[in-house]
Design a protein around this ligand. Structure first.
Ligand code: ZN
Length: 272
């Protein structure tokens, strides 16, 4: 893959499908990459929507389940994917970020014994569904899984974008608009995706594992409630900061069906 004149070219040297959206702003210099899901199981509907002026919505890219990419505006032109949002002191992330939409049904509902995307009413096979708790929610729900091909293509594009535009971070819509948005959700492996896209080398991470089954908490002390069920022994984590005898960690393994657990662990249970 390569980027020429802010347009994406696939590994076969051909420009990816380009559909110019009317829903775009002025030129800008992106600082962040924001990941989304479309909340629909098929690409066609989302692509058609982004081409309609009344949608007042768009993104730079849509990546389908089979890895097919559609681009809607050059990467140096604002698209309308973030809405009301805040990150690191910035307001309205459209003006600061590239937006990628992954075709995915999002949070599913049960209808007639089947898992169904509530937006397009399409059913999702049981083996494409995970039951997990969203990091901004308190109960478990059913979520549409991303395909391996789709994630592999997304990582390749994200890595190229981070390098080309010297992006500072990869975030989810759920991070910049936590009271409105749940995408890309718990089915998206944000921890490993971010590490790969940002080109973090393992040796630069402060890597530890849990020595025993251990609680992970919302604050640095046993008085704080737990984030999820206990982490098993030998769970891989990286320490992001320390406070007294407690460490704030990002869990690198998938635990209890969750890809993106963060919280506080008593440091005595962490070993190299
Ligand atoms: Zn979104």
């Amino acid at each position: 893959m390569k980027i020429l004149n802010h347009l994406l070219y696939a590994n076969d040297g051909k420009q990816v499908s380009y559909r110019a959206t009317p829903n775009r702003g002025s030129k800008y210099s992106p600082t962040y990459l924001v990941m989304h899901y479309t909340a629909a199981t098929k690409a066609a509907g989302s692509i058609a929507w982004f081409l309609k002026p009344e949608a007042k919505a768009s993104a730079h890219l849509v990546i389908d389940k089979d890895g097919t990419i559609t681009q809607f505006a050059p990467f140096n032109v604002v698209t309308w994917h973030a809405g009301v949002s805040q990150w690191n002191g910035l307001n309205g992330l459209n003006s600061y970020s590239i937006g990628i939409e992954l075709v995915n049904g999002g949070k599913l509902i049960k209808q007639g014994g089947k898992w169904v995307c509530p937006v397009d009413k399409e059913s999702v096979p049981d083996n494409d569904v995970i039951i997990a708790k969203h990091k901004n929610e308190t109960v478990e729900n059913a979520w549409h899984e991303y395909s391996e091909k789709q994630l592999a293509v997304a990582i390749e594009v994200a890595t190229l974008l981070v390098k080309t535009y010297a992006l500072k971070d990869v975030v989810g819509h759920e991070d910049i608009a936590p009271f409105r948005k749940s995408d890309p959700g718990p089915a998206f492996p944000m921890g490993s995706f971010k590490s790969k896209a940002m080109g973090r080398k393992d040796e630069t991470l402060d890597l530890y594992k849990t020595s025993t089954e251990v609680n992970i908490r919302k604050g640095a002390g046993t008085q704080f409630e737990t984030v999820t069920k206990m982490l098993p022994a030998n769970t891989k984590v990286t320490i992001l900061k320390r406070e007294g005898t407690w460490s704030f960690v990002e869990v690198l393994d998938t635990v209890h069906g969750l890809n993106d657990i963060e919280g506080w662990i008593s440091a005595k249970y962490l070993v190299k």
